[in-house]
Design a protein. Sequence first.
Length: 197
Amino acid sequence: MIKILNPEEIYKKSFETIRKQLNLDNSLKSNIIVRVIHATADYDIGKSLIFGNDPFNAINALKNNVTVITDINMVKSGITKYKNVKCFINDNDIAEESRNSKISRSYLAIKKAVKLYGNSIFVIGDAPTALLSLIEEIENNNCKPSLVIGVPVGFVNTIESKYKLLKINYPFITNMIKKGGTPTAVAIINELIKNVY
């Protein structure tokens, strides 16, 4: 007979299992890894995470209500306890420009976000083109992000975009495999937000 556990027990048991299997402590870095594995049921993603240029300072930016920019609305929808979150991918001007230029909306939406909120936390969990767009803006000195969470998923430009992210001089969290996606990105930012409230 399957034992049904209450939600708190399920979370506790799941997190304990992950932490024990990877011999993780209770540091913020370990907590992010645990949360990512829990969200994806994928140890490879959790073990592949790379933390660069002291990304945990972003907690101070979150305490100061920094704007969080996401590449798609699915990522935005997963951030429930922090209200200053924006995504421009479905804006009419972005859709029109994408149709006319044949350039992806995710790429163009990040350009718009940078013009309005250049010092934001950027959470990219879907589109490598969004991450490439952001890195271009950073390289052109148009953007000074508080943190870049760059964990897009896919088979085209995914590793290339993440490799470019390794070279920026701003805080970042990424991974060097094709896996990633919305659950990974949301798990990372929500674990950081958890330290604000």
